[in-house]
Design a protein around this ligand. Structure first.
Ligand SMILES: [Zn+2]
Length: 172
């Protein structure tokens, strides 16, 4: 597992743990999240601001949070697309920018969306939130990503090939 710092550079988990005051040598990627938990794997990379938003969200929520999906390999993404899931062809999950946060009901989805917005605002981190289409399908989870922190004009990955929707904070 590598972490993408705010400059867009990949750093080791050990370096991240030191920067973010996590126990050295542990499996922790965040204050409340560790490798080995559901959908948090050893392979891949995750954006630091995403971890910070998830930690703050968990703190505000005051109880354990389940993540349905975080980093995905392109192969995994291709399989989801082929299976007909409502996923983006170019996915922020493959870029290490996204997490799907599990919720337990429609009410919990709305409450959790408010908490995610609050968490991002407190941290000054721009996020994109998706949940309307999933709710309409009868699914309860929220897609959150920090793409604007890397792909907006003036940000480190602006010059890389990316969908223009990744540049702005939105809720859909
Ligand atoms: Zn997602």
């Amino acid at each position: 597992m590598e972490i993408i710092n705010k400059l867009g550079q990949k750093i080791s988990l050990a370096e991240w743990q030191e920067l973010y005051n996590l126990p050295a040598g542990s499996k922790q990627i965040g204050k409340f999240f560790s490798i080995g938990e559901h959908s948090i794997y050893d392979e891949g990379f995750l954006a630091a601001p995403l971890i910070m938003v998830l930690d703050k969200y968990r703190e505000l929520k005051g109880k354990p949070v389940v993540i349905n999906s975080m980093y995905r390999t392109q192969r995994h993404q291709d399989n989801l697309n082929a299976a007909g899931y409502r996923t983006a062809t170019t996915s922020p999950h493959v870029a290490g920018m996204a997490a799907d946060v599990d919720t337990t009901s429609e009410r919990d989805t709305y409450d959790s969306v408010s908490l995610l917005v609050k968490a991002a605002k407190q941290l000054g981190i721009k996020i994109r939130l998706g949940y309307h289409a999933y709710l309409a399908d009868g699914n309860t989870f929220i897609h959150v990503d920090v793409c604007p922190e890397y792909y907006a004009p003036g940000k480190p990955y602006y010059g890389q090939d990316h969908p223009t929707q990744w540049e702005r904070a939105i809720v859909w």
